[in-house]
Design a protein. Structure first.
Length: 441
């Protein structure tokens, strides 16, 4: 065994505490895998005197001076599990420029300004690993940036937020509305007291940016991702999906596109969508995550597991620590960021998708013709139409009816324009639901 590899741990909350516990419980195995023991040089926290129960760590290791800890000569690797943009960005840039490798779980920072971290890592000749930033313990990012590096990835579709997946799964299983399902998720600890980042899609959008950056060798930020949450999904939407043999999931979708002139671009979006029950992602329930990758040579690949929680995330953090420590002992560092493709990110309006549209309309002659005319003017082709009396009662002249229309694939801008025009028709009482349809349903 050589001299210990010493870690500076920034943050000791849920994930940080589990990192400390796993380091303690698996110390012998980790040392054997690396070829040197791992030691904690210090732990930066907000309050040194806070009660941390039976955490197996010397209280003298705690400090409220993260920068001072990072700059110490006896620190080899910086592990960041604090989250947020600042001051985490400043801390990690400082470490990387000084040649100290970084392991981070900070998806928000990577999605907003991963470029600053990658540039600092290149400048300092240090490693930057972040497996824990997307999908917890699921080994996903390293396959994208290493195992599939010899292949061409065309599409990544994923369920990457456990809170929203639990809510939508509960709505599907019980018929509950969004508010009821959110209340249950909160009671069970799946949803935060302020669930905005989850239910409005911010968390998934950050992860989508990271996935797209790796899959398409292009710098993609959270600002490039079209984002919609699940707060508008209703029990009626879920029932309509079930009637079509579908279920509703909050999806992150990153796709490579080629225009008629052969120019490539990428589209990255997060939104609720109907997917057929035959799709591999349809059966992913509860708070689980799954990501479906489509590559030219490897074909279709599925990554599935617990996407959040202290222990799963700590597992991913320690996997990165082992890789970084082994690199350090070998005197090498991993390949730097691969952003050579530098593809343009297409606006959402150019993304090709399908719509499921529910309309309350006047039940009288000529309605279907008028509605179909709107689709024709926007050059959107209709795949299926289903009509039924509104409220399930008998339909008669002057009463209302429900129209459910599913389109063929079209640019999202044309589909959105179709919905806007439908809302302006005198015969349309209301557009009750608009959901995208993915996965060939």
């Amino acid at each position: 065994m050589t001299s210990p590899v010493r870690l500076a741990l920034l943050g000791c909350g849920t994930v940080g505490s589990d990192v400390v516990r796993l380091l303690h419980e698996q110390s012998a195995d980790l040392a054997a895998r690396i070829g040197a023991p791992l030691e904690i040089a210090g732990i930066a926290v907000r309050r040194v005197g806070r009660d941390r129960g039976d955490l197996p760590v010397d209280p003298a290791l705690f400090t409220t001076d993260p920068l001072g800890l990072i700059k110490r000569d006896d620190v080899d690797i910086v592990v960041e599990v604090v989250g947020g943009i600042e001051p985490a960005r400043s801390w990690l840039v400082e470490a990387l420029r000084a040649g100290k490798s970084v392991v981070t779980a900070n998806k928000a920072l990577l999605a907003e300004d991963g470029a600053a971290l990658h540039d600092a890592a290149a400048e300092g000749g240090a490693d930057l690993y972040y497996e824990a930033s997307v999908a917890g313990a699921i080994p996903l990012l390293r396959p994208l940036r290493e195992s599939l590096h010899g292949d061409r990835i065309n599409r990544v579709t994923g369920i990457v937020n456990g809170t929203t997946n639990f809510i939508l799964s509960a709505m599907d299983a019980t018929g509950a509305g969004f508010a009821e399902a959110l209340e249950e998720a909160t009671e069970l600890g799946y949803a935060e007291a302020d669930p905005t980042a989850d239910v409005e899609g911010f968390d998934a959008a950050a992860k989508a940016a990271i996935l797209a950056s790796l899959a398409f060798h292009t710098r993609v930020t959270a600002a490039d991702v079209h984002r919609e949450g699940i707060t508008a999904v209703t029990a009626a939407d879920v029932a309509s999906a079930r009637a079509m043999g579908c279920t509703i999931k909050l999806l992150c979708i990153a796709a490579r596109n080629t225009d008629p002139a052969g120019r490539e671009s990428v589209s990255v979006r997060v939104h609720p969508a109907m997917i057929p029950l035959t799709h591999p992602l349809a059966g992913v329930g509860d708070a689980f995550n799954a990501v479906f990758v489509e590559a030219e040579a490897a074909g279709q690949l599925m990554f599935y597991g617990r996407g959040a929680g202290g222990a799963p995330t700590a597992s991913a953090v320690l996997g990165d620590v082992v890789a970084v420590a082994r690199n350090r002992l070998a005197g090498v560092h991993a390949a730097s960021e691969s952003a050579y493709a530098d593809l343009a990110v297409r606006p959402m309006g150019e993304a090709l998708t399908r719509y499921h549209i529910s309309l309350d309309v006047a039940d009288r002659p000529g309605v279907l013709e008028a509605v179909a005319g709107v689709f024709a003017r926007q050059e959107v082709s209709i795949a299926t139409v289903r009509q039924s009396p509104a409220g399930g009662g008998p339909a008669g002249r002057g009463s209302d009816a429900e129209l459910v229309i599913v389109t063929h694939v079209a640019p999202d801008a044309a589909l959105a324009a179709t919905v806007r025009e439908l809302r302006g028709l005198e015969i349309v009482r209301s557009v009750t639901s608009v959901l995208r349809v993915e996965g060939g349903a």
